[in-house]
Write a new protein. Structure first.
Length: 202
């Protein structure tokens, strides 16, 4: 996921059209996005869709937002539960156009990542979807929830019997990425402990 603050800074001021045609186009694209298969380069026992990923991310974010209300106040920040949920609902919607581009490809080829980001911005603008403006803590919660759901998803696959070696690589990447967020978000440590426990339950 590209930097969310940069995304909202670059995005045009979007005013969703009230016409039925525009509404139909927008809702149709968002419904279709839910059917997009994630992790298509990872051998999975069952397909994992954006709709499932969004649901899991929302569950995690609900816990993290609740835990971080006091932490945010100590840093003179506010947490908008609505903005966090809105961001997670649409954060992968452009994949209805781009597909779920594998993270290793985007990391290895910045030009691919940049082109992907342009297509994402075009999707939001063309469908009248405004990505919520997040403060730093809200952005961190969105990113942590997104990443942790990936971890819990592959841990669930492992518990169902999937022993493909790439799952361990994905798990290690999730644990490495979320380690950097431990100091910034209350509750991430607990989520990582829970994920490690679920990963080991085979």
């Amino acid at each position: 996921m590209k930097d969310l603050t940069a995304r909202t800074a670059k995005q045009k001021d979007v005013i969703p059209s009230r016409s039925l045609a525009a509404l139909g186009k927008r809702l149709s694209a968002l419904y279709d996005a839910g059917e997009v298969t994630r992790l298509h380069t990872v051998p999975m026992l069952r397909p994992h869709t954006i709709a499932e990923h969004v649901y899991g991310s929302l569950l995690i974010a609900t816990e993290l937002v609740t835990l971080n209300v006091r932490f945010a106040a100590s840093k003179n920040l506010n947490i908008s539960r609505v903005k966090v949920m809105e961001a997670l609902l649409i954060h992968d919607a452009p994949e209805v156009v781009t597909g779920d581009a594998p993270a290793p490809v985007k990391r290895a080829h910045p030009a691919v990542d940049d082109a992907h980001a342009i297509m994402e911005d075009d999707f939001y603008n063309n469908h009248g979807i405004e990505f919520p403006h997040l403060n730093k803590l809200e952005e961190m919660i969105v990113k942590a929830s997104d990443t942790l759901d990936l971890g819990f998803t592959i841990a669930r696959e492992r518990r169902m019997g999937n022993r493909h070696s790439i799952l361990k690589e994905v798990y290690d990447n999730v644990m490495l990425y979320t380690l950097a967020q431990v100091d910034g978000i209350d509750g991430v440590t607990d989520m990582r402990v829970l994920l490690a426990k679920q990963w080991s339950e085979v």
